[in-house]
Design a protein around this ligand. Structure first.
Ligand code: FAD
Length: 372
């Protein structure tokens, strides 16, 4: 891809699963000019994952029977097939993404951070170290990983964020984890398995079974199995209260809770309190929902800025969260079709994505309630 002043039909920012998947769908639209800009390397977030972290959504090569691998970003690929594992590590998944880019010849510039985005008479002008790039449409796929949310408590800077290598290092004695959903319990089990005495605090008790079957609101089966094993050791305590403050007292850390009690830890507490939408230089181009997530129309387009689309885990429609690959990939082909149709291109090839269970354009049929 060149960055001379040609105007592209569409630019994608970010070479994670959302950006690569959207680019693959755009490639299925006849004669569309597009490219991907990535500030690091392909799959950079996965290269940055702590070494002990793996996917919690399993991969399996069910593609031939209409059950496309949950972690795949293209109907004809399967991480389980190419990597030979069912729960990829970060670097393994980055390898899968690299292979996909190479195989489908996706035009991509790495080491190219987009630092600002402004409206332009033809669409959008993006600034990056290699100079300005102009495109009629823009897909933001910058991911959530750059924006971990700190716990909203006094002394929050004393906690190690879950994404940091320090949070995963061997800990002696008592460890406190703030936040008890997937990331928090993953870390808690990790430290219990290595002999530490761990307490997890979370007032919303996400470890309880809950009522729905949507994995965005209920722990994944593998997490529940690990949790049960960790509880069996007697070294894990779960407390249904929110942290209210963190203090350092000499060689100890104290976490006070909103139920009035205090916990002592022998190392910095760990904050596993979620991620924000990570909109970076396009933040000002999105309106916000009352819950703070970007407001989108039915085509995942900014309600403030026509032509700007969002791809990835920050997509929310009503109460639906698209926070796993198998969810947000449902929108790659939809967004590609909207962009392609506006550009007057033939989008017929995108129907193959629907056949593979990778295209949902009617959001009313999303959501899960399993009978048993
Ligand atoms: C700890 C954790 C565990 C998870 N586990 C799972 C799981 O098991 N299964 C699952 O389906 N999902 C999982 N998720 C959800 C996860 O966020 C997504 O699956 C995935 O990382 C999101 O893909 P993405 O492409 O949107 O973002 P990313 O993978 O983060 O990719 C975004 C890319 O954009 C680049 N970028 C950002 N800003 C710029 C810029 N200004 N200019 C250029 N490039 C930029 C980044 O370098 C990065 O490469 C997990 C998330 C977290 C945080």
């Amino acid at each position: 891809m060149s960055t001379d002043p040609t105007i592209l039909d569409v630019l994608v920012v970010g070479a994670g699963p959302a950006g690569i998947g959207t680019a693959l769908a755009l490639a299925a639209v006849e004669d569309l000019t597009f490219g991907v800009l990535e500030r690091g390397r392909i799959g950079q977030t996965f290269l940055d994952w702590p070494a002990a972290q793996t996917f919690l959504t399993p991969s399996f090569t069910g593609n031939g029977f209409g059950a496309t691998d949950l972690n795949s970003v293209h109907p004809e690929t399967s991480p389980a097939f190419s990597l030979g594992v069912d729960y990829p590590t970060g670097p393994q998944y980055a390898t899968y993404l690299r292979n996909v880019v190479r195989h489908f010849r996706i035009p991509l510039l790495d080491d190219t951070e987009v630092t600002s985005v402004a409206a332009h008479e033809h669409g959008f002008e993006l600034q990056c170290a290699r100079g300005p790039v102009i495109a009629r449409a823009l897909v933001w796929a910058g991911g959530e990983f750059p924006q971990p949310l700190e716990p909203r408590v006094a002394g929050s800077a004393l906690a190690d964020p879950a994404r940091s290598p320090e949070a995963w290092e061997q800990r002696e004695g008592r460890t406190v984890v703030i936040g008890g959903y997937e990331s928090g319990l993953d870390l808690a089990c990790h430290h219990v398995e290595r002999g530490s005495l761990v307490t997890v605090v979370d007032g919303s008790t996400p470890w309880d079974a809950g009522t729905g079957s949507d994995p965005s609101f209920r722990l994944a089966p593998r997490s529940r199995v690990r949790l049960a094993a960790a509880l069996d050791t007697g070294r894990l305590t779960l407390i249904g209260a929110h942290a209210a403050g963190i203090k350092r007292d000499g060689a100890e850390w104290t976490v006070s809770l909103d139920n009035g009690s205090r916990l002592r830890a022998d190392s910095r507490p760990i904050a596993a309190t979620g991620y924000g939408p990570g909109l970076g230089p396009v933040e000002h181009l999105f309106a916000r929902r009352p819950d703070g997530w970007p407001e989108l129309d039915d085509d995942d387009q900014s309600t403030l800025t026509p032509g700007l689309f969002l791809s990835g885990p920050a997509i929310r429609h009503g109460g639906l969260k698209f926070c796993f690959v198998y969810k947000f990939r449902q929108r790659f082909a939809h967004v590609a079709r909207v962009i392609g149709e506006r550009a007057g291109k033939d989008v017929g090839a995108l129907e193959a994505w629907r056949a593979a269970g990778m295209l949902t354009d009617d959001l009313s049929c999303c959501g899960v309630e399993c009978a048993c």
